[in-house]
Design a protein around this ligand. Sequence first.
Ligand code: SF4
Ligand code: SF4
Length: 379
Amino acid sequence: MTARVDRNLYPELQRFGATDISACFNCGVCSAICPLSVDGASFPRRMSRYAQLGLRDKLLSSPELWSCYGCSECTDSCPTSADPASFMAAARRYAVASYDRTHLAYLLATSRVFAGVFVVALVGLLAAFMYSVHRPVDGSTLAFFEFIPSDFVHNLGVAAMVVMGVAALVGLFEMVRRVLRGPGVGTARAAIRKAAGAAVYAVGTESLAQARFRKDCADAVEVRPWYAQRWFIHFATMWGFLGLLGATMADYGLELLGVKATGTPVPIWYPVRLLGTLAGAALIYGTTVLIVRRLRKSDRSSAHSTTSDWTFLAMLWVAGVTGFALELGLYLPQAPAWGYPMFLVHVGVAIALVLLVPFGKFAHVLYRPVALFAIRLRG
Ligand code: SF4
Ligand code: SF4
């Protein structure tokens, strides 16, 4: 494979938050310290080298880009302050924008003004669209699905899933085309033989159970209680979001099965509601800790925050907090004035989050398992 040199690669990466990697003189200390760099692999040093030499294709074809989980051990050990961990994070943002053909990911990651205006406008438009079909409600307690018909909300959610799915497939196709064409995959037969095990590893062990993330925390010099460790905060945030998504889908499933209509009051211990409550609490806890750590810059991994970090975290946090407030509002003896406007914001943010999956920080949910799959496939 001929390597093409792209002189604009480094300036482009800087637009995505890359630090001054010209300071890197390829000593290899970061590769020696990185937990992922086993058997003499030159990772992450190799990635800085690709950027210095303008090897765009090589950079975007490296699945290791996505296996890095931002522990910052490489940055701590770098003798020239080249900050390879921040470089890796910037390279991932650059990769998301490169896989996206609409240019939206590029604008969201490189312009704070555009990202802020776009997200607020998207949520506002979704809320206004829902409000356009609202019905008058005169009950003393909140009745969200009398205010906006549940079918309308469900159909809007399904439409958002379809749009997101198409955009995600385009991005995934581009990523797979790059990372699976590298050396080491072997014959198609050998690849298929390894595929099942690689898929279990990528999706189950590493993505859902976060095995290596936990191991890294266990090895960390700075010891925190389990509930404050990085892996647990990430775990709570991820499972909080997945739990809320699961509860919403299960609720709709119960309606389709004729078990209960969406929005029907149920006791707190009703399984779907309990799942939603616990997942909401986990999401709020995880995102709040992440936001506080980024504000305080108290963590090595949260010292450099970019537009996409803030946009993603803020949307998750708003979705969690408004969901919880609405749940509490259901128990109030009198329907609060903020109930229905907050419902519109909550659903608007949740749908915007789904729509923006392939275009921002959330994209790692799609790309990381595929990259881990490729790495395992290559052995
Ligand atoms: S990033 Fe730092 S530690 Fe890694 S090779 Fe460059 S100078 Fe050495
Ligand atoms: S941040 Fe951690 S996992 Fe990523 S390259 Fe650096 S040492 Fe390796």
